[in-house]
Each structure stands twice: as C-alpha cells, then as structure tokens.
Write a protein that binds this ligand. Structure first.
Ligand SMILES: *[C@@H]1O[C@H](CO)[C@@H](O)[C@H](O)[C@H]1NC(C)=O
Length: 274
C-alpha cells in the first residue's frame, strides 16, 4: 500500500516537473517582461533616415535562453529588431530589451529563461494607451497570452512620453494619465504587485520635456521605479537613443530591477536611480 502511494507521488512529481521542452511547444517556465511605450522602447538604435544599419553588438546576439513573444503569439529566439512585427509602420532598430535580458541573466543566476513581450509602438501618446484603446487591449491580451506556456510576469518596462511633450496640456496632465494607466493595467492583469520600471525622457518631440520628466520622476505609486535616460547619446534626429545608448539603458533597467525587486521587500517610493 505504502509503495503504491509512493509510486503515485513519484509519477505525479515526474508529470509535473518543469519539462525541458523545446520552446514553441509545451511548458517552459519563463521570467517574463513586458516592454511597452513608444519608439525608444521599440528601438531605433542604428536607424538613420528610416534605414537600420543592422549592427547588432555581440552582447545582444540571439541565444536560446532569451525568447520573444511574436505578434502571432509564439515564442521564438529573440533577435533585433525585437519590435519588427509589432511596430510595423516604422523602421525598427535596437532597443533596450535584449540588453536588459542579458544583464539580468549575467548578474543573477536565479533568472532562467527570459521571455520578452514587445508591445511598444512609435509616436504614441499617453491617451492612446488609456484603458480600452487598441494599444492597451493589445498589451493586456499579449501579456495574458504570454503566460499560457508557463512563466510569470516579473516586471513591466515602460518608456513613453516623447509625444506628450508637444502640448502644454498633455504634459501637464501626464502624471495623472500615467498613474491611471498603471493602476488600470495592474488591475486588469490581476497582479497589483508587478513591478514597473519606467524611463524618464532623454528627449521629446516638443518643448515640454521637463514637465513630463517631472511627472515621471515624481510618480508616486507602489512598486514603480524610474531610471533616468537624460544625457544618453541620441541619433542625429535628436530624438532616438543610439545603439550604445540602448545598451546602457538596458543595463540601467536591469540594475533597477535587480536592486529594487529581486528578493527584496516591496518598494513604495519612486526615487530616481541617479
Ligand atoms: C499601421 O498603419 C495602419 C494603417 O494606417 C494602421 O491601421 C495600424 O494601426 C498601424 N499599426 C501600427 C502598429 O502602428
């Protein structure tokens, strides 16, 4: 009798063990990160005059342990441009996502397979991300679908606001709109404690950059942290981060995630990283 019970338990354990399944089919636990916002999250590193130079630094070359969730909701090995099938009307280049994934894996051995869920679309302002919009719904839908083959959403990386620097009223209402967006999103993901790491603007499309930056650096929500991209090198358009700048930003996001959210108690303030 005892050996029968033991056998059943062992059989269960075998059935439930995280299988070493080839990605794309079946269960594979992933540390999942959502990437959302506008062009600098989608990635324009190496893009000049709507042409990408195709230069991918060795640090972010594809590897089997870092996956991306395609527009068709399939896991595949992540390669730049990470947002090519999401931000489809623009020429995509290098963004911060792959650098982020590589650095968290290098610095924290408890991170296993990383699953990146690209959702950023260039030229979008905060109103276009409000609850119920196409971008918002797509973000929630892709986030939910990304969990189907195993894994947990570990954080949301958000870099947006350049388009909200064009009008004074957009810039002035940015803080309220951003906080509403974050609260709605966490509630619709049924996960109030998912960390959010946002990027304070390095550039903008209009004159009200400082107003938006103040809103970002002053976001007063639990589990929201901010890294500051100000001063990172920009392409000749003076709007988009270069490829080296995106590698630096990826590392800053990774350090923020590891410092504030890995194995630590929940954070309730939003001090800038530097
Ligand atoms: C691309 O452009 C089409 C046509 O204007 C539009 O319907 C679609 O929403 C755009 N997609 C993205 C991701 O910008």
């Amino acid at each position: 009798m005892l050996s029968l019970i033991l056998f059943i338990l062992l059989a269960y354990a075998w059935l439930l063990k995280p299988a070493q399944v080839v990605h794309g089919s079946g269960f594979l636990y992933k540390d999942i990160f959502l990437l959302a916002g506008q062009s600098n999250m989608a990635g324009r590193g190496g893009v000049v005059d709507e042409k990408w130079d195709r230069l991918v630094p060795p640090e972010i070359k594809p590897k089997p342990s870092i996956l991306r969730f395609s527009a068709k909701l399939r896991w595949e090995e992540a390669a730049e441009p990470l947002h090519a099938d999401i931000d489809v009307n623009k020429t995509c280049g290098v963004g911060p996502g792959l650098a982020f994934a590589n650095v968290i894996r290098d610095k924290d051995s408890s991170i296993g397979v990383v699953g990146l869920v690209p959702c950023a679309v260039g030229g979008t302002n905060i109103h276009e991300w409000a609850r119920g919009t196409h971008l918002y719904n797509q973000l929630v839908r892709r986030a939910m679908a990304s969990l189907n083959e195993g894994g947990a959403i570990r954080a949301i990386l958000w870099y947006q606001g350049e388009s909200d620097t064009l009008s004074k009223s957009d810039a002035q209402s940015y803080k309220e709109n951003l906080e509403k967006f974050i609260q709605n999103l966490l509630s619709d993901l049924n996960s109030p404690m998912i960390p959010i790491i946002q990027v304070a603007l390095a550039s903008g499309q209009g004159p009200f950059i400082e107003t938006v930056r103040e809103a970002q650096l002053g976001t007063d929500l639990p589990n929201v942290r901010c890294v500051d991209a100000k001063g990172l090198p920009l392409e000749v358009d003076n709007l988009h981060l270069t490829t080296p700048a995106q590698l630096t930003l990826g590392e800053m996001l990774a350090d923020a995630f590891l410092n504030y959210f890995q194995g630590s108690i929940p954070i309730t303030s939003n001090a800038p990283r530097r």
